[in-house]
Design a protein around this ligand. Structure first.
Ligand SMILES: Nc1nc2c(c(=O)[nH]1)N[C@@H](CN(C=O)c1ccc(C(=O)N[C@@H](CCC(=O)O)C(=O)O)cc1)CN2
Length: 282
């Protein structure tokens, strides 16, 4: 029997997308130009294909034009950088998303840096990370931004809380830790070299699992009353948290599916309309 309250990302994301659609319609009516998101996919990893398709479909429902660029798996760093620079210079494109991961032979960082900061609606460039970390007015990395929106929607006060982030990826672990720090949480990052992960997690008032290891975080490692955010996206829609056991101890918990995932896409759409509004004026 679960005692935790579910944090409903699907419902919150729906409200954000509805509001974003109204803003997109208003912008299109006023400027004669609809916001446009370019998605770039390298190769045909089935999960990435699904995620990109979900983003395109959600764009359509929100009145955002979706332009898709598909590149073969063997695309070189130079070719990918050239494609992203070309989109960065195209005035008809307001936001750019490079689906992660790209092939191991590609320098993903170099590719991300080819995205113009004003079109970085996925919040992946060094410039966006720095601006986000210092609380400036740029774009946040979408999953971390979505997580903070969920925490706010459920009135989780982060000031002085111990937050443990499990994972340190560039698009998830690192930026979510910076956003939690900006809200005055005491943040600890855990990763593959962390000793005795369970004992660190047991100290956490807020746990963010963002490591990509199915059901790594068990209920016995959750402090009673903790807030548990499962940002894992493993094959078969399995999160990084063992939901059934963790829900017995947590006060609030995100499900997979239906928690963080929908918030990632809602944040992407919202930031695409923000980018278009800035570029089109208004
Ligand atoms: N450039 C980026 N690449 C990736 C990101 C990202 O934010 N930017 N995040 C992840 C995966 N991801 C988006 O790309 C993503 C994963 C899952 C979901 C989602 O809504 N999942 C649903 C269930 C999906 C289903 O029913 O099949 C859910 O959790 O409810 C959205 C986005 C990797 N790459």
């Amino acid at each position: 029997m679960s005692q935790a309250r579910l944090m409903d990302g699907t419902a919150l994301a729906r409200r954000i997308v509805e509001r974003t659609a109204r803003r997109a319609a208003e912008l299109t009516g006023r400027t004669g130009t609809a916001p446009c998101l370019a998605t770039v996919l390298v190769g045909a990893d089935p999960a990435s294909v699904t995620y990109v398709r979900m983003k395109q479909n959600r764009c359509r429902t929100a009145g955002i034009v979706s332009r898709h660029v598909e590149l073969p798996a063997e695309t070189s760093t130079g070719e990918l950088v050239a494609a992203l620079r070309s989109l960065s210079q195209d005035p008809a494109v307001h936001g750019i998303l490079l689906q992660h991961p790209v092939g191991e032979h590609v320098d993903e960082r170099a590719a991300f840096e080819a995205i113009a900061p004003e079109k970085d609606v996925d919040g992946v460039t060094f410039a966006s990370f720095a601006t986000m970390s210092f609380g400036g007015p740029g774009f946040v990395s979408c999953t971390p931004g979505g997580i903070l929106r969920l925490l706010d929607a459920y009135d989780v006060d982060l000031a002085g809380k111990r937050a443990v982030v499990v994972g340190r990826s560039a698009i998830l672990g690192k930026p979510v830790g910076m956003l939690l720090l900006a809200r005055d949480a005491t943040v600890t990052y855990c990763h593959s070299r962390t000793r005795d992960l369970a004992s660190v997690v047991r100290e956490a008032d807020v746990v963010v699992a963002a490591v990509g290891r199915p059901r790594l975080i068990k209920g016995e490692d959750v402090k009673p009353g903790a807030v548990v955010i499962d940002a894992g996206y493993n094959p078969g829609n399995v999160g990084d948290v063992d939901f059934d056991s963790a829900a017995l101890r947590a006060s609030l918990i995100t499900p997979v599916p239906g928690g963080v995932g929908p918030m990632t896409i809602a944040t992407l759409l919202e930031q695409t309309v923000d980018a278009a509004a800035r570029q089109l004026g208004g």
